[in-house]
Write a protein that binds this ligand. Structure first.
Ligand SMILES: [Zn+2]
Ligand SMILES: [Zn+2]
Length: 161
């Protein structure tokens, strides 16, 4: 997703509204619908600030039962860019042209805000470890009581006697 800042750089101090929306795709993440950015952008002393909201929907699979789910992300972001290579700071992204590629910004914000687990429902029962049935849909009737492998072999030994 590209943002042209040539006008913003010339017209220092003036705040510009930016409104971008684009179909995007990352190798590991699938979006359902376009990724959009609504932000304010201004330049001062060759430094460009972009502050606003990033919105997208991720198309995922539940970590427990594998069913499809959609997660909506509405993230605040704040980025600083500079054309001046001598300005050194971890917070500043250096740009070489008047076109800023916002794709890495979107990618990093996505990674930073992803939860550890994606669940279709907090109480998702997952899949039966014996027959693979989706336990949210039905109870397959399998015996899923946890048996500690150590005790299981002990049980077998005792049976032999
Ligand atoms: Zn689930
Ligand atoms: Zn089962």
């Amino acid at each position: 997703m590209m943002l042209n800042v040539s006008k913003i750089l010339v017209d220092e101090g003036t705040r510009y509204d930016i409104n971008l929306s684009e179909e995007m795709c990352f190798t590991e993440y699938r979006f359902s619908g376009p990724v959009s950015i609504v932000a304010e952008c201004y330049a001062s002393s060759g430094i460009i600030r972009v502050e606003g909201k990033l919105n997208f929907k991720l198309s995922l699979a539940c970590d427990r039962c594998g069913s499809d789910l959609e997660e909506n992300y509405d993230l605040d972001f704040n980025e600083v860019f500079s054309t001046n290579k001598s300005v050194e700071s971890d917070d500043i992204r250096h740009i070489i042209s008047k076109q800023i590629d916002l794709t890495p910004v979107i990618y990093e914000n996505l990674l930073m805000n992803l939860p550890m687990k994606h669940l279709c429902n907090e109480d998702c029962k997952g899949l039966c470890e014996k027959c693979g049935a989706n336990l949210n849909e039905k109870d397959c009737g399998c015996d899923r009581r946890y048996v500690n492998p150590a005790f299981e072999s002990l049980g077998k030994l005792m049976k032999k006697d």
